[in-house]
Design a protein around this ligand. Structure first.
Ligand SMILES: NC(=O)c1ccc[n+]([C@@H]2O[C@H](COP(=O)([O-])OP(=O)(O)OC[C@H]3O[C@@H](n4cnc5c(N)ncnc54)[C@H](OP(=O)(O)O)[C@@H]3O)[C@@H](O)[C@H]2O)c1
Length: 331
């Protein structure tokens, strides 16, 4: 009873203060609202200008700006495969790093024949904790003029599900490939770039790292890690004339999203996505590189957390159900 009484007293006093200072309160609320509107307008303006300038500016000369060779990890499928083709099309020699020997060598032959550039195949499984494997890569890269590193290799769940149901091998693979592998390769390549005083490192993160997403919790956290690591590193290596950029796509139709026909039909394919991404490479510290993804990013960033969490939870639940149905059909 005492609590209710004191609540009434509190409410009465708040009401009294509010009615006494109505004018000042309206002023403060207006200033806060105007500040948010201003920040929102600046954010929208910045991203619009970044996209427009990526489209209208002269294409970057990657060889001249950064060096003769580009490394692409996870190059045998989806976004990585398209990066290897489209960077070769810009005249860069390509180091292909993946774990599938046959696919990787076939792709190297195709690139050399089609684009007339050189390739180097390095077979490497990022799902490893062995340091020796990385020093082997480093030896192979030592003599090359490495200008661009695309850290693209990545692993996801088969489809959204509760963390407790994700197979242990997949949990380990996400830790090793999405985070440790990216960090280790960056650590080995950076000194080569620093020695030449130029270079571009592009870390492929994801829109799922912008906020916590349930039912893909580890994947989402691994991408938040990538974005955070990349931003921290960017200012550190700037004095060496090296750019470090985070690429944060939303959904792209690739093998990774093939569990859902909804995602596959509604989103750009890897070729279209990378065509846009190539124009944005080295132009800003962080980008989705695709305008409709930027609109989604702005909505996610500016909506209150509880709305985003609620919506994303329902979306991932829907996608998870779709994924488990398609898995049952395939079995
Ligand atoms: N698709 C999307 O909607 C989306 C959205 C945001 C971000 N991304 C990110 O974009 C990147 C590329 O994804 P994607 O959609 O192109 O997927 P994808 O088609 O499944 O390709 C993934 C690539 O990573 C390689 N890889 C996986 N595990 C590896 C390992 N242990 N060692 C070496 N290579 C390994 C795969 O090689 P194998 O063929 O040998 O498996 C494949 O080449 C990932 O980092 C992903 O997280 C994707």
């Amino acid at each position: 009873m005492a609590i209710v009484d004191s609540f009434h007293i509190l409410a009465d006093s708040i009401f009294y203060v509010c009615s006494e200072h109505r004018r000042q309160i309206i002023d403060v609320v207006t200033i806060i609202g105007a500040w948010y509107a201003f920040r929102f307008a600046v954010d929208v303006g910045y991203h619009t200008v970044t996209h427009i300038s990526a489209v209208i500016r002269r294409p970057r000369n990657f060889v001249k700006d950064y060096g003769r060779w580009a490394i692409v990890t996870g190059c045998t499928s989806g976004i990585g495969q398209q990066f290897s083709y489209q960077l070769a099309d810009r005249g860069l020699n390509i180091v292909l790093i993946a774990r599938n020997d046959i696919l990787c060598n076939e792709q190297a032959r195709f690139i050399e024949k089609r684009y007339g550039v050189r390739t180097l195949v390095i077979i490497h499984d990022f799902n490893t904790t062995k340091l020796d494997n990385y020093s082997q890569i480093s030896k192979e890269l030592d003599h090359l003029d490495v200008g661009v590193l695309i850290n693209n290799a990545g692993v996801h769940y088969d489809f959204p599900m509760e963390f407790s149901k994700v197979p242990l091998e997949r949990v380990s693979a996400i830790n090793q490939v999405n985070m440790a592998g990216l960090v280790m390769l960056t650590r080995y390549v950076l000194p080569l770039m620093i020695a030449r005083r130029r270079g571009l490192i592009v870390n492929v993160s994801s829109g799922s790292g912008w906020k916590p997403f349930s039912l893909i919790s580890l994947y989402s956290a691994s991408k938040a890690f990538t974005s955070h690591f990349t931003s921290s590193l960017a200012s550190e290596v700037k004095p060496h004339n090296i750019s470090v950029q985070t690429l944060e796509p939303m959904y792209v139709s690739t093998r990774m999203t093939s569990f859902s026909s909804t995602l596959s039909s509604m989103n750009p394919d890897a070729r279209t996505y990378v065509k846009n991404a190539i124009k944005a490479l080295g132009r800003s510290s962080t980008t989705t590189a695709y305008y409709s993804h930027t609109i989604q990013m702005l909505v996610i960033k500016w909506c209150p957390d509880w709305i985003v969490r609620n919506f994303s939870c329902r979306l991932q639940k829907y996608l998870g159900d779709e994924g488990s149905r398609s898995k049952v059909k395939m079995e």
